[in-house]
Design a protein around this ligand. Structure first.
Ligand code: ME8
Length: 686
């Protein structure tokens, strides 16, 4: 039986700088999803590549004093080797300077002309080279694009336009008929809002300044880089001339950061495909950004703050004493587990290293190590047969539930939650070992004839759960999971595991385990020295402070920021040392339990949610909270919260906020406080 196709794409990255933890996150996520789909029986095909025809790439080459072609060749190979070093198993790597891409672009353009979707007109407006985006007058203030804060230049050019405005209704209908097309849901609303504001025809060429793909039949102009770039997804299938291009197209999934979702991937690209009567991709998904506490916008090539994959790997190798392959797997795990998919997430190296120690060295390492060691000590290192239910436990059922949760999270592109599910199993098992104390059961064996079966059951449960966890983490850590399976005595196969391997009972009795050498040794010293910070590019060599005056990285970022986070965020993030207060002062603050009745975003205020909170039978408040980046509005109704009930009302965005919610500040992320168990709304907090 032929397997169904799963064609997944990353964005193609601009070659104006090296890859970093942002581009790595998207690429790793796509690789994880491709591997997961292979595991569940799909014929996965992963495409990545480089976007080379941009003005900013031409400018970067000029700045480096290099001819653009050798500049892009060098960086394209940097991207390839970065992805290879991160175990990205891409099936194709497309460069937009390749003949196959140029041919596809020119044919696409010509077909649009032939179908009457292109016309020549004069363009007068703004262009941001940094964003590679055209902006209208009302989207620009004082020489900067309002949306991104990037500089713009005035452009007056005769250009070709694509009749994008003709597609508004068709696009809206398509989104309605295909609820899975745009994900996550909150971003779909942004797209609908963008189209309803009024789609205008789009300028799709620029004056030819010696770089870019020439417009067919008009060498004075080149194709606008975004119009060219999107076509890569189709060009890589062999469109238009390869006889089998339609076996691969349409792609199942395009993944990208949210900044290139609304305007380009969710609007322009589907309209372009509709114009040529080509099928649309199955889904377009936008993840949030790595951000820094106190800084607005995404971290990236121009802001710094994100290590390259090589820098990240070297730090892990040095700190944990592991080899490059293990470090690469650890980096894959850490990025996927740290990112709160669908939302923005602060990136700090301290968090990444802590994550390594808690999840990999402690939780996972402990489970494997203890289980195999105990098997060696008590049962000569030989796995017992699938035990009779001598010891009735929740473990096999939990393993099954975890597999279901993991699969649901992967289908919904929440890799962090898929990993959370696996770690529930891992943590439960570590607790189970403590509770069932196999070492005491082993001692009882001489006097108690039932003890042997109990011991065998406990150890089987541990080893079998470790095996299932290892299978589930294979898409994330393909190299380390082979090592872990080998320690469990499972001969590495050249075929990756399949979903059947997640079924309980796969570990065969009689299997001989191997010595459990720690795969992820603990990092003894988590502190980042100044040399470490230089090594990961967070501090430039020349910015090193005199000895003894080193600041942690996360503070470094905050200190360098002068961006006002707005009143709600400032309240949530305040960590300044306050003078001590008396009990009388404390009694002035009235804290009450509230229940969220409704929650909704506030148009134009990306950080605020407007909540309706019940504080008792006759006390319902409107409260504005700066938590939109951390909570989806639809998940809040029904949730209990702690409210400062006697705070003077204040107006934000024209709405009066009648109280404040208490939240913990976890590295800049707000985590709402709630009672341990449900209580009547209005109850006093003492
Ligand atoms: O936009 N957090 O290329 P690009 C998370 N060539 N992801 C990030 C990130 C961050 N701080 N910074 C970058 C382009 N990314 C175009 C794409 S596709 C037809 C053309 C990731 O080099 C994220 O996936 O600017 C984002 O969309 C992409 O890098 C932008 O890469």
């Amino acid at each position: 039986m032929t397997k169904p196709n799963y064609y997944i794409t990353t964005p193609i990255y601009y070659v104006n700088g090296l890859p970093h933890a942002g581009s790595a996150l998207t690429t790793i996520t796509c690789d994880v999803l491709a591997r997961y789909h292979r595991m569940i029986g799909f014929n996965s095909w992963l495409l990545t590549g480089t976007d080379e025809n941009a003005t900013k790439v031409q400018e970067a080459a000029a700045k480096a004093g290099m001819p653009p072609t050798s500049f892009v060749d060098g960086l394209a190979s940097e991207f390839r080797s970065a992805w290879n070093s991160l175990h990205i198993d891409y099936d194709d790597f497309i460069r937009t300077s390749e003949p196959r891409h140029i041919l596809a672009c020119q044919r696409f353009f010509q077909e649009l002309v032939d179908r009457g979707y292109v016309y020549l007109d004069s363009y007068e407006g703004w262009y941001s080279v940094s964003d590679e985006t055209f902006y209208l007058d009302d989207k620009v203030k004082d020489g900067f694009a309002i949306e991104t804060g990037k500089p713009v230049i005035r452009v007056t050019e005769q250009n070709y336009f694509f009749k994008l405005s003709a597609f508004s209704d068709r696009l809206l209908k398509y989104y309605e008929d295909h609820p899975e097309f745009l994900k996550p849901d909150q971003r779909k609303n942004e797209v609908i809002g963008f189209i309803k504001e009024g789609l205008r025809d789009m300028c799709i060429t620029r004056t030819n300044k010696g770089w870019g793909i020439e417009v067919p039949g008009d060498s004075t102009r080149v194709i606008y880089v975004w119009f060219d770039a999107l076509i890569n997804y189709l060009a890589a299938t062999g469109w238009p001339d390869a006889p089998d291009w339609s076996e691969r197209w349409p792609a199942a999934l395009h993944v990208m950061g949210k900044e290139i979702f609304v305007r380009f991937h969710a609007t322009l690209w589907p309209a372009m495909l509709m114009a040529l009567d080509l099928p649309l991709p199955g889904q377009v998904y936008a993840h949030g950004w790595w951000t820094a506490r106190g800084l607005q916008g995404k971290l990236g090539k121009s802001t710094g703050g994100l290590p390259t994959p090589a820098q990240f790997n070297h730090l892990l190798m040095k700190k944990a004493g592991i080899d490059a392959d293990t470090a690469a797997d650890a980096q894959r795990y850490i990025l996927c587990r740290e990112m709160n998919f669908g939302h923005d997430t602060d990136f700090t190296m301290d968090n990444c290293l802590r994550r390594y120690n808690t999840d990999l060295a402690n939780d996972l390492g402990n489970l494997l190590n203890r289980s195999i060691n105990m098997l060696g000590k008590f049962l000569d290192g030989i796995v017992p047969g699938v035990p009779l239910a001598a010891e009735n436990t929740d473990i096999p059922a939990l393993a099954e539930v975890v597999c279901v949760e993991y699969a649901a999270a992967m289908e919904d592109i929440r890799p962090n939650q898929a990993l959370e599910a696996v770690w529930r199993l891992v943590s439960r098992l570590n607790k189970y070992v403590d509770e069932s104390a196999p070492w005491s059961v082993a001692k009882r064996r001489e006097s108690d004839p039932t003890a042997d079966a109990v011991l065998q059951t406990i150890l089987y449960n541990c080893l079998e759960s470790a095996r299932i966890a290892t299978v589930l983490i294979q898409p994330f850590m393909p190299h380390a999971s082979i090592k872990m399976l080998a320690q469990l005595g499972i001969i590495p196969s050249d075929q990756p595991p399949t979903w059947t391997d997640t079924e309980w009972g796969g570990l065969q009795g009689g299997t001989r385990t191997q010595p459990p050498l720690p795969i992820f040794p603990r990092i003894q010293d988590l502190a980042l020295t100044e040399d470490d910070q230089v090594a990961i590019g967070l501090v430039a060599e020349e910015q090193k402070t005199p000895k003894g005056d080193t600041k942690p990285v996360s503070q470094e970022v905050t200190a360098s920021s002068n961006i006002d986070k707005g009143p709600a965020d400032a309240e949530l993030n305040s960590t300044a040392a306050e003078p001590l207060i008396t009990i009388d002062d404390l009694m002035k603050v009235q804290l009450r339990v509230g229940e969220v009745l409704a929650a909704e975003p506030i148009p134009g205020a990306s950080k605020l949610l407007r909540l309706t909170v019940q504080l008792g039978d006759d006390d319902t408040r409107t409260i504005l909270a700066g938590i939109a980046e951390y909570y989806d509005a639809e998940t809040l109704p029904g949730r209990q919260v702690i409210v400062v009930a006697n705070l003077q009302p204040r107006k934000m965005r024209g709405i009066e906020s009648q109280g404040m919610l208490l939240a913990a500040d976890i590295d800049g992320k707000a985590v709402l406080l709630q009672p341990d168990s449900p209580v009547a709304p209005g109850a006093k907090v003492r």
